[in-house]
Design a protein around this ligand. Structure first.
Ligand code: NAG
Ligand code: NAG
Length: 435
């Protein structure tokens, strides 16, 4: 592995000393980096304190550009502490920020605190940042018999425009097979967890590069594109059809694939492949099917309870790095679970994204097909989406049905939140019997 050593030094961030932004200091920062999936999650708890006399109500979060370009989701919430959390957590507003005199290699966000901090006041909050395509396979190509090794780079010090009094970092790996990791002062390893710190009195903008090279044979399931069609059907049903273009986004597979080898010893001759995907469909999903270009694939792996319906999707062949597959899943849902009425309008309230577990979606298109004659259409989504309208004409329609199209790139499971489509429909409509 000697030849890969140079890679560990590639991340360089030139950070110049900047003038103090404000009198805020971080009295405590605890970061946890989860590398237990191909989706990287960084969860931080930070206590911010106002050491100046001016009131402060905003806290800046800084990310190196290299990391920011892979960021899919960012949320800040007041820290509830252990045993609490009975009240629903309301996220703190976060917006992109562009303050003056900041190093160009940083992307900044500003978190608004519930109330201004006066001199000496402090506030503790949690931040979750979710990243896609942040694990780099090294080597980039492997054979069927190889395990997959990936590289993750970050900083042992929390990169911040503020000084940090006390901080610690924990990096959680899928298992304890670690090829190499950066050893600094105060680095400890416990099984599959690497700990850095605690570090005290670290100045603002401190960046101390670390690299972890480790085994990860988890499914690197990436949908280059997913088109979901949600149709309020003529039959008192919500019909969902999802068209996936899927790729194994891990190390490229090289050499010939031997099915015989794979079947004989799948864990040795195909450790980096994935054989199935799991979709958690809503409860009461029915008429579930799964097909690819060749035809229907048996959906015998379907099980459900009152909370969800679990569908196990097994492609025709195991997926190795770089391999692609295209397939469609479809299911029906009871209309009364998803269609409601409010202020004389109807609205559909349904989840936005794929039911597939730990899937990254590079481009997601959601099409909501409304009953013919629907008017006054509006959408409420919990995050920004591109939006336009189309018309769908099928043999049962006269004028066609309005279709609301929503598009979002870089989608992670955290985006699988409810959204609403409001519309007005005259009771004279042929759909009246459905409601
Ligand atoms: C595939 O399954 C769907 C849904 O069960 C069914 O409507 C369709 O006829 C099937 N197609 C084939 C080729 O069996
Ligand atoms: C949508 O449904 C979810 C789950 O049932 C519910 O928590 C949420 O309040 C609903 N949203 C609206 C606007 O009705």
């Amino acid at each position: 592995m000697e030849s890969f050593r140079f890679c560990f030094l590639m991340l360089t961030i030139a950070i110049l000393a900047s003038p103090a932004l404000s009198d805020l200091v971080l009295s405590k920062v605890d970061r946890r980096i989860y590398l237990t999936s191909h989706i990287v999650r960084i969860s931080s708890t930070m206590k911010v304190e106002n050491a100046g006399s001016e009131k402060e109500s905003k806290v800046l979060l800084a990310f190196p550009e290299q990391q920011a370009k892979n960021m899919a989701y960012l949320i800040a919430t007041p820290h509830e502490g252990k045993g609490k959390g009975k009240n629903p957590v309301v996220a703190l507003p976060v917006e992109a920020a562009n303050p003056k005199d900041m190093p160009a290699a940083l992307t900044l966000y500003s978190v608004s605190l519930p109330k201004g901090l006066a001199e000496g006041d402090s506030f503790t909050f949690d931040v979750l940042a979710v990243f896609t395509h942040a694990l780099r396979p090294i080597p980039e190509q492997i054979t069927q018999a190889d395990i997959q090794l990936v590289l993750y780079q970050d900083s042992a010090h929390y990169l911040s425009p503020y000084a940090v009094k006390v901080q610690s970092l924990s990096v959680k790996l899928p298992d304890s097979r670690i090829e190499s990791y950066t050893k600094l002062e105060n680095t400890k390893i416990h099984g599959s967890e690497i700990k850095y710190g605690p570090y005290e009195n670290i100045p603002s903008f401190s960046y101390s590069p670390i690299a972890v090279h480790f085994e990860s044979n988890l499914p690197f399931a990436v949908a280059h594109e997913l088109v979901r069609e949600i149709e309020i059907s003529h039959w008192g049903n919500v019909q969902v059809t999802e068209h996936y273009k899927l790729i194994h986004g891990g190390a490229q597979s090289k050499g010939e694939f031997s099915r015989l080898d794979f079947q004989a010893r799948p864990n040795v001759r195909g450790a980096s492949a994935f054989r199935y995907l799991v979709a958690n469909l809503p409860p009461r999903a029915h008429s579930v099917y799964y097909r690819d270009e060749i035809g229907n694939i048996s959906t015998s792996h379907l099980r459900g309870d009152s909370k969800k319906t679990e569908l196990l999707i097994e492609p025709r062949y195991p997926m190795f790095g770089g391999w692609r597959t295209a397939f469609t899943i479809g299911y029906g849902l009871p209309l009364q679970d998803f269609l409601f009425e409010s202020d004389g309008k109807r609205f559909l309230n349904i989840t936005f994204s794929s039911p597939m577990v730990e899937l990254v979606i590079d481009a997601l298109i959601v099409k909501v097909v409304l009953p013919e004659g629907s008017s006054d259409i509006s959408v409420a989504a919990p995050f920004p989406v591109e939006q336009w309208q189309e018309t769908k004409i099928s043999h049962l329609d006269i004028d066609g049905r309005p279709v609301v199209v929503l598009k979002k790139t870089n989608v992670v499971p955290e985006h699988n939140q409810f959204f609403q489509v409001f519309f007005f429909l005259n009771f004279q409509s042929e759909y009246a019997h459905c409601f």
